[in-house]
Design a protein around this ligand. Structure first.
Ligand SMILES: [Zn+2]
Length: 507
């Protein structure tokens, strides 16, 4: 039986995937975890230029705790509904690996900084799924091994050694690839909102590992657990899990015994492959790090840190939908893109100021919706085409709000608006000035439009008689002719009015 067959509805229902995740994220502190080397410096430069006796594991050196990193993990814990441990400590995790210069990693074993949290996925309208978080702890990153092509040796680069690393471990509450992806994306967003990590998966700032097993629906006992490591994008997280669910289900159907192992993802064939069998559980011989003092009174500290946490993505999503009546999709785009969301709110505040005094008046909620649309579609398109980010955009929030006002008040037509925004994007100039200089203003003057309408009518007698026969399309054809003749500046509403009135006169 092949996999496709197995996944016919009904059959796959017999099994339930049980998925847990471990997510590592590099923290954006100024310095490394236990020394004063700069964090992030030299990572893409020469190897071993950003190291010192501490992070390169020289004997006789002493680590010092980076408080900023501790604060960042506590904030992340607070933002993910975790309990902050009042008392915490660091432990040595002993294993020998060439990119781990000390021969052990400083991590946290039985007293993580925060534990027992959760994230709710979905939104208030749809069913929310709660993914519980077992713990979030703090440790240090390792160096990197470099394997020169064709060489019979490997090189070690310790620039990354000692970079503060946060590890989040979920309970096995995840049930699908899509849900795992959603969890990772939401967590990434939270890290970015908190400013604790850029969490760019491509740069290895955020790394995901998955453990997955299948059990018969309703069963308590877990099946044989397989780990998938080195998943470097959200897409791969989702695809590898979905593949693994199919693979394991098929094996179980055929009575095959699954083995506990670590698997990798091969993107070319879209399959997972066995990397190594899990022999017995590793004995890391954890023991308390004797060179570091324990951390106490963390609950009191967390009370102070709470104040520094501003609005989180989930709250912003709900607020955008309620306050601005944005669609779920629009709200999502503005929340996922922090800079764009911030810009949007500046534009809204400008529009809010004007809506009270502008003549002719406009309805604020319509203006806000229109602003959201133009930001998400047109401005994003311009940014994308020019390979620029929001930070490079020359269009100030004030000018953008004015642009929206001009569209709403009918000063520019919708096709004129596109030209106008493009010009604003290129020059950063004031939209009202551009309209004057480039003569982009919408023509609503009846006398002026009348001439163009009459011309369209006399040049297209066929369409006129079609219209009289009841073909509505021919009216739009004539509108198109007038729009073309006025280079898109005619107010289409008024053109339609005049056309209908004039066509009445024909038999
Ligand atoms: Zn160092």
């Amino acid at each position: 039986m092949n996999i496709a067959e197995f996944l016919l509805p009904g059959m796959a229902k017999d099994y339930e995937p049980v998925i847990g995740m471990e997510i590592h994220a590099e923290l954006k502190t100024k310095s490394k975890m236990f020394c004063s080397c700069l964090n992030g410096f030299g990572l893409e430069k020469e190897p071993n230029v950003n190291i010192c006796p501490v992070c390169s594991g020289q004997p006789g050196t002493l680590p010092v705790i980076n408080e900023e990193a501790v604060h960042m993990v506590i904030k992340t814990g607070l933002a993910t509904n975790c309990q902050v441990s009042d008392h915490s400590k660091f432990d040595r995790k002993n294993y020998f690996y060439p990119d781990l210069p000390k021969g052990y990693q400083i991590s946290q074993y039985d007293k993580p900084l925060t534990e027992n949290g959760y994230l709710d996925l979905g939104d208030e309208e749809n069913k929310q799924e709660r993914i519980r978080i077992k713990r979030i702890h703090l440790e240090e990153d390792t160096g990197k091994l470099v394997h020169p092509k064709g060489a019979n040796y490997s090189l070690v680069d310790l620039n990354r050694a000692g970079v503060p690393l946060m590890e989040l471990v979920t309970e096995a509450d995840i049930r699908s690839g899509a849900q795992a992806r959603q969890f990772c994306q939401e967590f990434q967003l939270i890290l970015r909102y908190l400013g604790v990590s850029d969490a760019d998966m491509e740069k290895g700032q955020m790394r995901c590992e998955v453990n997955i097993s299948l059990r018969e629906k309703g069963a308590e006992k877990f099946g044989t657990k397989v780990e998938i490591k080195n998943l470097n994008s959200f897409r791969v997280v989702e695809k590898s899990i979905d593949y693994e669910i199919k693979r394991q289900a098929q094996a179980l159907e055929e009575g095959e015994k699954l083995v506990q192992e670590t698997r990798g993802w091969d993107d070319a064939s879209s399959t997972t492959f066995s990397q190594r069998l899990k022999e017995e559980a590793h004995d890391y011989r954890y023991f308390p790090e004797p060179d570091l003092p324990p951390l106490n009174n963390l609950v009191a500290l967390s009370e102070q840190l709470k104040v520094e946490i501003s609005e989180l993505p989930a709250q912003k999503r709900e607020r955008f939908k309620k306050e601005y009546k944005l669609s779920k999709n629009d709200a999502e785009i503005l929340v996922a893109n922090f800079e764009l969301g911030k810009y949007f709110e500046k534009v809204v505040s400008e529009l809010n100021n004007w809506s009270k005094s502008a003549q002719p008046q406009f309805e604020l909620i319509r203006a806000v919706k229109l602003a959201g649309n133009y930001l998400i579609t047109e401005l994003q398109k311009l940014l994308y085409q020019s390979e620029k980010s929001m930070a490079d955009s020359k269009v100030t929030a004030e000018n953008f709000a004015e642009f929206i006002k001009l569209v709403l008040q009918g000063v520019v037509s919708s096709s004129g608006a596109q030209t106008l925004l493009k010009e604003m994007f290129e020059t950063g100039a004031d939209p009202s000035n551009i309209v004057k200089e480039k003569d982009l203003g919408q023509v609503s003057d009846e006398e002026e439009l009348n001439a163009a309408v009459m011309e369209a009518i006399s040049a297209n007698p066929g369409s006129v008689s079609d219209y009289k026969k009841g073909k509505q399309n021919s009216l739009m054809f004539l509108v198109g002719k007038v729009m073309a003749a006025t280079k898109g500046r005619a107010n289409p509403q008024i053109v339609i009015e005049i056309l209908k009135r004039e066509l009445e006169k024909y038999k």
